[in-house]
Each structure stands twice: as C-alpha cells, then as structure tokens.
Design a protein around this ligand. Structure first.
Ligand code: NAP
Length: 287
C-alpha cells in the first residue's frame, strides 16, 4: 500500500468502516457511537480537538435501515444531512478533506443503461432523497470533499450483511426467497476501500481544494436473487434460493428496479482496473 495520509474513520464499526479499519491498520483514528455522535457538532468537535494531523475524515456513519427511515424523515435527515454539515464544518476547521458515501438509491431506476454522474438523481425513498441532500450539503460546505456513490455493499463485516444472512439461513437448510427484478452492480467493500486508499486518496491529497463525485461499484450486473444463488452454489449450501417479484416482498421504502452505476469516470481519472464483483465475492466467501 502507498504511504497513507492520516485518516479518521467515523462510523468505524459498520460494514464499510470495518473494512477501512482492517486495511488502514494502526496509526489512524477510528470511532463510532457512543464515543462520537456525528449528528452532534459538539461531540464531533470534541473528538477531533486533539487530532489536528488528520488529512481525511472518512464518513462511514449512517442510518441504513430504509424501512425504519421511511416513517422517520427527521431521523433520516439528522444522519444523512445535518451530520454531513457538521462533518464538513469540522473538516474545514482542521483543513481536512471529507470522504463520504452515497448510494445507488439516489436514482429512481427508470433508466435501462448505467447511471452516470451527469444523471439527475431522484430518490424513491426517504433514504434515497436524504442521501441526495447529504451529497449536496457536503459539496456546498466542505472545501475538500469527495462523494462515492456505492451500491449493494458486499462484505461479511458489520452487523447487517446480506451475505451473512443468506449463509446463516441456507446453512440451516432453510430456503430463501429473493427478488430478481431489482438489478444493480454490487460494490465489494474491500475492493472499494482498496481503490480509494491506494489510487484515489493519494492523488486528491495533492490538491488544495476539490469537490468531486464518483460512482464506485464493481463491474458486473446482477439481481439480489443472482447474488443469493452465487452464494449457495459457491458454498454448496443446503437451502434453496427461490426467485420472487418485488411485489411478493412488499417494503415501505421503494427500491429502484435498475440502479447499475457507470464506473467510467472514476476508472478513467484514476486508472482503475475494477474487477468483476463475482471475483471479490468468491474471495470473501472462501476466506
Ligand atoms: N451497505 C450498503 O449496501 C450500502 C449501499 C450503498 C451506500 N451505502 C452507504 O455506505 C455508507 C456506509 O454504510 P454501511 O453499510 O457501512 O453502514 P452500517 O453498517 O449501518 O454502519 C454505519 C455505522 O455508523 C454508526 N452510526 C449510526 N449513527 C451514528 C451517529 N449518529 N454517529 C456516529 N456513528 C453513527 C452505526 O452505529 P450503530 O450500528 O450503532 O447505529 C454503524 O456502526 C453509508 O453512507 C451508506 O449510506 C451502503
């Protein structure tokens, strides 16, 4: 790995935060609730007070339960928008850059070709709508900021992992019903973190000011059903996978039926050779 600027990872116990912790190792700062609450600017400022050597604040703190947030707009706004303003203001105070994550759920899924950074976002759910506001807040407030829109994070780390859920159920011999009419490009968490740490952050660290937005998923397109099927086949699990329509698994928060993101911009600008999600997923499953 290239020599890394000092980083501070917020929400470090979550799925993505845990991957940053694993790859960064010692010599960086990692925090989560209750030590530091990003929705409370005093809590954040106090945490950062003696850490003026930070070059990047990596925001992995999030409220990700789209079902819960659908009925709780204020709760969604606090973590997806107000917290981002807090982080941007605190970052400006110590001249640090902000790395932030958004989602493919900022799109409504009406396209049938990959969404680019030029496409106008129009989220279907409270989660998606507030993620859009969070992106705008960050890019309007922080002097140095980059937003990565990621999707369908694949990892066995963190508390809520699709892979772990599928493995647990099918190992017990239970059959799972999984939607096949929502199609996207997953982001293998460890790949995204590796690309950011090795290829993107070192180049951004050289800039005095920047406000950028990139799509960052792996190559390849699939449905949730395909992912579950891949997990079953790779690990030879007992339970079966049944494809179902989204209407057979009703949710309060609407999900886009097509949310494939184009990786052209980030690949071209940073010379990334992004691998197919199945290679990363197989590696995770065999670890
Ligand atoms: N996972 C995906 O499939 C996916 C897809 C697209 C985009 N993203 C984006 O990627 C980013 C990381 O997601 P993730 O999957 O890693 O989320 P995650 O696993 O839910 O982790 C989020 C972490 O933030 C913590 N947190 C919650 N509220 C906080 C607060 N007020 N202050 C400080 N920390 C707080 C959580 O703690 P508690 O668990 O105690 O609440 C948790 O440890 C998010 O911006 C998310 O929107 C994720």
């Amino acid at each position: 790995m290239v020599k890394m600027s000092k980083m501070c990872v917020l929400g470090a116990n979550g799925c993505l935060g845990s991957e940053f912790r694993a790859q960064l190792g010692e010599g960086h700062y990692f925090c989560d609730l209750p030590e530091c609450d990003v929705t409370d600017i005093n809590s954040l400022r106090n945490y950062l007070a003696d850490k003026k050597d930070i070059k990047f604040i990596v925001n992995c703190a999030a409220g990700r339960d789209a079902e819960l947030l659908e009925d709780n707009y204020d709760m969604a706004y606090e973590i997806a928008v107000k917290a981002i303003k807090n982080i941007a203001l605190c970052a400006n105070e110590i001249n640090a850059a902000v790395i932030h994550f958004s989602s493919d759920y900022v799109f409504d899924g009406q396209k049938s070709t990959p969404y680019t950074e030029e496409d106008e976002p129009d989220g279907l759910s409270v989660y998606g709508k507030t993620k859009i506001l969070g992106e705008k807040m960050l890019l309007a407030t922080a002097q140095k900021a980059v937003v990565f829109r990621i999707a369908w994070l694949l990892s066995r780390k963190g508390k809520k992992s699709f892979i772990n859920t599928m493995i647990n159920l099918m190992t017990q011999g239970k059959d799972v019903s999984v939607v096949f009419d929502q199609v996207g490009s997953p982001t293998v968490a460890k790949d995204a973190v590796r690309y950011i740490l090795n290829d993107v952050a070192p180049k951004l660290a050289e800039l005095a000011e920047f406000r950028k937005l990139y799509h960052l998923t792996n190559e390849g397109v699939c449905s949730w059903y395909d992912l579950a099927h891949f997990i079953k086949k790779t690990l030879n699990l007992a339970g079966n996978v049944r494809p179902i329509f989204s209407y057979e698994y009703p949710t309060k928060a609407m999900r886009p039926s097509f949310s494939v993101l184009s990786k052209r911009k980030i690949s071209d600008e940073f010379g990334l050779k992004i691998r197919h999600f199945s290679e990363g997923l197989e590696e995770i499953l065999r670890e």
